[in-house]
Design a protein around this ligand. Structure first.
Ligand code: NAI
Ligand SMILES: N/C(=C\C=C\C(=O)O)C(=O)O
Length: 435
């Protein structure tokens, strides 16, 4: 870090060294709306240097045995664990290549970096310009962990400038990206001339299907969490809740009551379940969906425009909003079709199993779904018919990192995690020897 007034100033990490940049962009603290850090505005020049570093480091790193690489990764994991509190503090401040988004910054970065280098690759990572701090903090641990210079290079900056320079570089053969579908389209376009290998983890419009025999005592708190965890800014969050008509009224009353208890607060508030959204522009985008729903005749049962949010004076400029529940909305509404990526969820009734499967599958996305029922046969039947890369039944976000992770349809291409990451980050070679 270089000191500039009181603002934290990040530097790129290339070939094992922190390198300053010619220009910088401001990064905002979402809980106050104030600039708190400057992030390198890197471009082609920095990508050239990072590619050269990664290329030079590759022969040595890939020649090491898996056991040697594993030792280094375990050392890095231990160091990250020792810095957990510091990293959590930093991430709650800006919360938020391998091209990663802003919503789970360090998790999504390490989720890609670890399997890539474990398999013997060298990497260039570009974290989101909105949440770069914890990636930069991790760079400080790489040398200590024994990661040789050039094996992990981190270049900060915007998507159109440095992201595109990385994606289009002819010597970068493989891209793992998590983010939005329009950006994925651009990455496919830019990488097509080089036939690059791509892994794309994109958005979702995830349904929760709640049958009349569901255990509501478990289903309601879990569905509040699946809708509003991390401000609804997780690609796996629920945003369409289908409830069987016979329990619709009871479910809604209890769900709205539980949503009102989902406390919005500042990062230091230990009772808060939800903080500020990532940016002013994103907050406005999320609010615009609620406005649209209202104009279509939908009802807002709690949250935005209905309840009052009280915040300390210094956080009045922060990007906060209340968790919001929408009902009386048509399946054709953009709120039921598009990824909002905020603390907004729609609740609608259904009558039959066939009908709800068809409606749940009627969007372009196919990432995650939950199914709630005590009938084991039904749970299996429905889970099988859902067009969804991940289905949780009577639970949400139970994660085993070795299981395949990824979506169908517009939710992505490929799977990551365990064996799938290993296959993505390696090439199979067939050698036929005649003797
Ligand atoms: N995992 C997910 O499903 C995520 C979905 N989103 C969705 O995307 C919407 C917009 O969020 P953004 O942060 O703008 O997502 P984004 O897709 O624009 O950004 C994700 C990453 O890609 C980079 N990027 C952007 N344009 C690029 C380009 N042309 N070439 C290479 N890299 C590029 C960004 O700098 C960032 O590191 C959200 O509202 C949400 O709906 C956002 C983040 C994660
Ligand atoms: N990829 C995302 C979340 C992953 C969560 C998990 O692996 O459990 C995302 O929100 O972009």
């Amino acid at each position: 870090m270089a000191g500039t007034n009181t603002l934290m100033t990040l530097e790129n990490f290339i070939n094992g060294k922190f390198v300053p940049c010619n220009s910088y962009i401001d990064s905002y603290d979402p809980s106050t709306g104030e600039v708190y850090c400057r992030v390198p505005n890197s471009g082609k020049e920095e990508i050239e240097a990072a590619v050269e570093a990664a290329r030079s480091a590759f022969p040595g790193w890939s020649a090491r045995s898996p056991q040697e690489r594993s030792k280094v990764l375990h050392q890095l994991a231990d160091l990250l664990e020792q810095s957990l509190e510091e990293l959590a503090q930093a991430e709650s401040r800006d919360q938020a290549g391998l091209i990663s988004p802003w919503n789970l910054p360090l998790y999504l970065l390490t989720w890609k970096v670890a399997p890539a280098i474990a398999a013997g690759n060298t990497v260039i990572a570009k974290p989101s310009e909105l949440t770069s701090v914890t990636a930069w903090m991790m760079c400080k641990l790489l040398e200590k962990a024994g990661v040789p210079p050039g094996v992990v290079n981190i270049v900060f900056g915007t998507g159109p400038r440095v992201g595109e320079a990385l994606v289009a570089h002819p010597e970068v053969p493989l891209i793992s990206f998590t983010g939005s579908q329009p950006t994925a389209e651009r990455i496919i376009h830019l990488s097509a001339p080089h036939c690059k290998k791509l892994s794309l983890e994109l958005g979702g419009k995830n349904p929760a299907i709640i049958f009349e025999d569901a255990n509501l005592e478990e289903c309601i708190p879990t569905t509040v969490k699946s809708s509003f965890a991390n401000q609804g800014e997780i690609c796996l969050c629920t945003s369409r809740i289908f409830v069987q008509r016979s329990i619709y009224k009871e479910f809604l009353e209890k769900f709205v009551e539980a949503t009102r208890r989902w406390k919005v607060g500042i990062p230091s508030d230990p009772l808060a379940s939800m903080g500020a959204l990532i940016s002013k522009a994103h907050l406005e985008k999320v609010r615009s969906y609620i406005k649209k729903a209202r104009s279509e005749g939908a009802r807002i049962l709690c949250g935005e425009g209905v309840d009052t949010l009280s915040l300390p004076a210094k956080n009045q400029g922060g990007y906060f909003m209340l968790p919001t529940v929408i009902t009386h909305i048509k399946d054709e509404s953009c709120c039921m079709k598009e990824e909002i990526f905020g603390p907004v969820t729609c609740v609608v009734p259904f009558d039959s199993e066939e009908e709800v499967i068809q409606r749940a599958n009627s969007v372009k996305y196919g990432l995650a779904a939950t199914v709630w029922s005590c009938n084991v046969g039904r749970v299996h039947r429905v889970a099988k018919k859902l067009q969804s890369g991940l289905v949780w039944t009577n639970c949400w976000l139970i994660r085993e990192l070795n299981l395949p992770f990824g979506g169908m349809k517009s939710s992505g291409v490929g799977r990551e995690g365990g064996k799938d990451s290993y296959e993505f980050f390696t090439e199979v070679k067939t050698i036929t020897i005649k003797h």
